[in-house]
Design a protein around this ligand. Structure first.
Ligand code: 13P
Length: 254
């Protein structure tokens, strides 16, 4: 691999897997992926499976991510989970501003920015998601939407924090639909995001930040997508729920 940025392949399990199912999946992944050193592998189970999965991957090359967290550190926020609670289970990454949360929980860029800051304060690496809907793409506003989300969701981060932040480009129309962005479409938006990071932070940081692609990533399209110069990894939904497909995505990415 001649990329200067190490690839990061993360599985977002969304609201899937009981503890027993999560352990089955992660045990299979441990067996299949034991020898992989070229890629950072992350799994993001639901909160309830974090303790068990955390224990299970202690001696492996698989790292743990969460799918969301509160912007607050502690207090009267019923149903919320704070960064410190994730740290108890050796969580290292946290997905923030996923389009499903933007859509169903009405998360705003301003809220996501607060969460990203709270994640950094706890030394968690945020995976900040951005991406346009089909209507926005068809209206020709992909760059305007992504620019607004990138600027708003990363607002207030220091340069050091930005370097430890991952950006995930997930076009909403490609999520769970089987429709993947073409390699050209993905590369184009990734390059645009990197250009924005140069303007908002600086060129050295923009070069180092990892920008993942998400949206119907599968073993069959992973290689081509990951070969794009500005695609530094994948955020995988459906295909991360089975040992075979997620392992093949990881292996095909190398
Ligand atoms: P799919 O891979 O199922 O399209 O989901 C992508 C995603 O939302 C990852 O966060």
């Amino acid at each position: 691999m001649n990329k200067q940025r190490k690839l990061i392949i993360a599985g977002n399990w969304k609201m899937n897997k009981t503890v027993a199912e999560a352990l089955d999946l992660v045990n299979g992944l441990k067996r299949e992926l034991a020898n992989i050193k070229e890629v950072d592998i992350v799994v993001c189970p639901p909160f309830t499976a974090l303790p068990a999965v955390s224990q299970s991957i202690l001696d492996s090359n698989i790292r743990l991510g969460a799918q969301n967290m509160s912007e607050h550190n502690v207090g009267a926020y019923t149903g919320e989970i704070a960064a410190a609670m994730l740290k108890e289970f050796s969580v290292r990454y946290v997905v923030l501003g996923h389009s499903e949360r933007r859509q169903y929980q009405l998360e705003s860029d301003a809220l996501i920015a607060k969460k990203a800051l709270a994640a950094h304060t706890a030394s968690l690496k945020p995976i900040v998601c951005v991406g346009e809907t089909l209507a926005e793409r068809e209206a020709g506003s992909t760059e305007a939407v992504v620019a607004r989300q990138v600027k708003g969701s990363l607002a207030g981060l220091s340069k050091d924090q930005m370097e430890e932040t991952i950006v995930a480009y997930e076009p909403v129309w490609a999520i769970g639909t089987g429709k993947t962005a073409t390699t050209e479409q993905a590369q184009e938006v990734h390059a645009f995001i990197r250009k924005m990071l140069t303007e908002l932070f600086d060129e050295a940081i923009a070069k180092r930040v990892r920008i993942q692609y998400g949206g119907s990533v599968k073993p069959a399209n992973a290689r081509e997508l990951m070969a794009q110069p500005d695609v530094d990894g994948a955020l995988v939904g459906g295909a991360s729920l089975e040992v075979r497909s997620f392992s093949d995505i990881v292996k095909n990415s190398i």
